[in-house]
Design a binder for this molecule. Structure first.
Ligand code: LIP
Length: 263
C-alpha cells in the first residue's frame, strides 16, 4: 500500500534525524576511549535529532501539540492532534556504542494513537503503521505478529529497571515467572524497538513498567496494526498514562497479563 501523506511526513522526519544520529554514532564509537567520555556529545546528538524532527513536523503540520522527550509538552492551537516523540530511544546503548537505538514518532488524535514510525538508522529498518492501514517494514513488507500460541515457545523481551529507577522488587518477582514459562527473556535497552520487533514477529511478547509515553506511543499503533494486542499491566488501555505496557500476539498477551498479575 503506498504511504499516506501523513506517514510520508513522519517517515521523512525520522529518516532525516536518523541520518544525523547514524553520523554521530560513528563519532561516539571513537569517544569511548576518551577520558571525558561521550556523555555531552550524546546529549547534543539527542537534542539535534529532536530539533530536526520538530522542524520537519511543524513545517508539515503547523498547529499540532507535542510531547517530546527533551522539550516536554508544547501546546498548539489544534488540541485534537499531538505528536509524541522520542528522538533517541536507547540512549544508554548509543552512549556505549551498542548499535540498538531508534527514533520514535507517534501521532495521537483525540486521545487515540493513530500513526507511528520507529526507525533504527543503523539497520536501516523503518517500522510504520497508520490505524486501519496495516503495519509495514520499510514501506514494503507487511508486518505480522508471530503466530506462536504457547508461552513455552515464546521469546519475551522486557526492560530492567536500573539505578535511580523504581520497580526493582516488582521486576525481581515478575521475571522468574516469565523465565519459568517462556523459552527465553531478552533485554534490548530500547522500548520502542522492543515493540517494533513484536510487530515484526521477532519477539512474541514484551512487558515493562516505569517507561514514558514517548517510549511506547508509536509502538502501540504499530503492534496493533500488525495484529497484536497492547495494554497496560492490568490489561486496560491506559499505557501512556500509567507507564506500564504488555504487548504481544493475542495468545501471548493474554498469557503475560495473567502471569504478571500473579507475580
Ligand atoms: C529507555 C527505554 C528502555 C527502558 C529505559 C529507558 P531512553 O529510553 O527505551 O527500554 O528500559 O528505562 O526509558 O531513555 O533511551 O529514551
Amino acid at each position: 500500500m503506498p504511504a499516506s501523506a501523513l506517514l510520508t511526513v513522519m517517515t521523512n522526519a525520522a529518516r532525516k534525524a536518523g541520518r544525523g544520529l547514524a553520523r554521530d554514532f560513528g563519532e561516539v564509537e571513537n569517544l569511548q576511549v576518551s577520558v571525558k567520555g561521550p556523555g555531552d556529545f550524546v546529549s547534543a546528538a539527542d537534542h539535534k535529532a529532536e530539533d530536526t524532527i520538530y522542524a520537519e513536523l511543524s513545517k508539515a503540520r503547523p498547529g499540532y501539540c507535542y510531547l517530546m522527550e527533551e522539550r516536554g509538552l508544547i501546546e498548539g492551537p489544534d488540541k485534537s492532534h499531538r505528536w509524541i516523540v522520542d528522538p533517541l530511544d536507547g540512549t544508554t546503548n548509543f552512549l556505549h556504542g551498542i548499535p540498538l537505538f531508534c527514533i520514535s514518532i507517534g501521532l495521537e488524535r483525540d486521545g487515540e494513537m493513530i500513526a507511528g514510525v520507529i526507525y533504527n538508522p543503523i539497520m536501516d529498518e523503518l517500522f510504520s503503521a497508520e490505524k486501519g492501514r496495516g503495519a509495514y517494514l520499510n514501506d514494503r513488507r507487511r508486518l505480522r505478529v508471530a503466530a506462536r500460541k504457547d508461552l513455552s515457545n515464546a521469546v519475551i523481551t522486557t526492560g530492567i529497571p536500573h539505578r535511580g529507577r523504581s520497580g526493582h522488587d516488582l521486576f525481581l518477582r515478575e521475571c522468574p515467572q516469565v523465565m519459568r514459562e517462556s523459552s527465553g527473556v531478552r533485554r534490548t535497552g530500547t522500548a520502542a524497538l522492543d515493540m517494533a520487533w513484536v510487530a515484526a514477529g521477532r519477539f512474541d511478547g514484551y512487558w515493562e513498567h516505569g517507561i514514558k509515553a514517548w517510549d511506547m506511543a508509536a509502538g502501540v499503533v504499530i503492534v496493533r496494526e500488525a495484529g497484536g494486542f497492547v495494554s497496560d499491566a492490568e490489561g486496560g488501555n491506559e499505557m501512556l498514562d500509567k507507564g506500564s505496557v504488555i504487548a504481544g500476539n493475542p495468545h501471548i498477551h493474554k498469557g503475560l497479563v495473567k502471569i504478571l498479575a500473579d507475580a
